[in-house]
Design a protein around this ligand. Structure first.
Ligand code: PA5
Length: 432
């Protein structure tokens, strides 16, 4: 089970303030559980893990088997925001860091598109698709988002030209609303295989729907273990108790916010977590940042960023606190060997593994930052695997729902995202 340690906040938040915040968090938890809060029609994620059936897993695995049989080498997952960040976070956390050929995955390489409007990105993606055996999964709940629609038009045309329209049908899967949107119309008309995003689950809470499960399965990872981890955490986080970790985390981050710390820096000492922090930023940023309220969610990778952001964190404006995501057990070991001449002066570490050094760096950083006025929340998982990631996803979703209700905002809408679209469409001359 994930471990939450709030002791690094005790110098900043006294017991009385924390107890008051816990009471508020319990109240917000009640609003969430009773389905009486703003946006309550989007609470499907809250009980989703326990409701996922084997058939839904099997439907994803059937696509994997089909594309493996076709010897598909590259799958383009097209989507933006909540339609891609959860699967990217998982795949990046589990993949080999130095090349897919060395990954534990026996499946195709999964790459992402539709999350930007860069011409060079799409041109270089096309270069790859022309020379590799390819397929695509397009994901859009609304079915109308411009970035994925543009990427899908390009990828679809390429696949149709390369394989013919009939074969293309078996290489394109759409994940979208059951009835609405341009993508639904297109998929039905072309006869693509489709998966439905439930009406009551918004994009950033959708990683455990086919939105996340299919791409993760395609990358060769165990979606049953991911769901099992989430299911376990669903049970833990369903308790109306001061010990519920989602309630405690929401209570502490809000107590810190109330004390003037309005930036939360999610830091990890593991580069494989680099996209998990992106998923987390979207979850909290889009859920809480409205009506002039909300913690600003930022992220850092240590020790890398200690040599860039470390100075600011230690001595800049005292407005931030840190939530450090740590991994207790490394799945690989690299030992430091003794050298006769010790020219680099590292013999004092001989016989130790690199993870030991990383841990000491983490402990040293925690002490330094607390001394420097940066409260520290620590969240630890046992190891980087599907089961633990499933726990983390659900834990943060639950904490986010509670936390947003503590701020008295609707966690499940994102009205501010429309502003840039309105201007862009006017500039592009989009017909009304
Ligand atoms: O969390 C959200 O709802 C958003 O980030 C959406 O996922 C994102 O805007 C993509 O929307 P859609 O899936 O409709 O293309």
């Amino acid at each position: 089970m994930i471990k939450l340690d709030l002791s690094g906040c005790s110098a900043f938040i006294n017991q009385e303030a924390f107890v008051a915040s816990l009471a508020k968090a319990r109240e917000a938890f009640g609003v969430l559980e009773s389905g009486t809060g703003a946006g309550h029609e989007f609470l499907g994620w809250n009980t989703l893990p326990s409701q996922i059936r084997q058939r839904q897993i099997d439907d994803c695995l059937a696509i994997v088997d089909d594309w493996i049989a076709k010897e598909v080498e590259m799958v383009v997952v097209i989507g933006i925001g909540g339609s891609y960040l959860g699967s990217l976070a998982t795949i990046a956390a589990l993949n080999h860091l130095f090349g897919y050929a060395m990954s534990s995955s026996s499946g195709p390489q999964v790459v992402f598109a539709g999350q930007n409007l860069s011409e060079e990105y799409l041109a270089e993606l096309k270069d790859q698709l022309l020379v590799r055996n390819c397929a695509t999964v397009v994901i859009s709940k609304s079915g109308t988002t411009t970035e994925p629609a543009i990427a899908f038009r390009l990828v679809r045309n390429l696949i149709q030209r390369k394989y013919g329209r009939e074969e293309a049908r078996s290489r394109i899967v759409a994940i979208t609303d059951a009835n609405r949107g341009a993508l639904r119309t297109l998929a039905d008309r072309e006869g693509y295989r489709t998966f439905v995003i439930p009406d009551d689950i918004g994009g950033r809470f959708s990683v455990l729907t086919p939105v996340g499960l299919l791409p993760i399965a395609l990358a060769g990872y165990d979606i049953e273990a991911l769901v099992a981890g989430a299911r376990y955490m669903q049970r833990i986080c369903a308790e109306d108790s001061d010990e519920n970790p989602a309630i405690r985390y929401a209570a502490m981050r809000n107590a810190l916010y109330d004390s003037g710390k309005d930036i939360e820096l999610l830091a990890s000492f593991h580069p494989k977590m680099r996209f998990f922090t992106e998923w987390w930023k979207q979850l909290f940023g889009e859920s809480e940042g409205k009506e002039g309220k909300g913690l600003f969610p930022a992220s850092a990778l240590f020790t890398t960023d200690l040599h860039s952001m470390g100075q600011y964190i230690q001595q800049g404006q005292r407005k931030l606190f840190e939530t450090v995501l740590s991994v207790e057990n490394s799945r690989r070991e690299v030992l430091l060997e003794e050298e006769e001449d010790d020219l680099d002066g590292l013999n004092y570490l001989a016989g130790k593994n690199v993870e030991y050094v990383n841990r000491m760096a983490q402990e040293g950083t925690r002490m330094a930052h607390i001394d420097g006025g940066v409260p520290n929340i620590s969240i630890a998982i046992e190891q980087l695997d599907e089961y633990n990631l499933g726990q983390l996803f659900y834990f943060f979703e639950k904490a986010c729902g509670i936390s947003a209700y503590m701020l008295d905002v609707n966690p499940f809408d994102q009205p501010g995202v429309e502003a840039y679209k309105k201007n862009m469409f006017a500039l592009l001359g989009k017909p009304q």
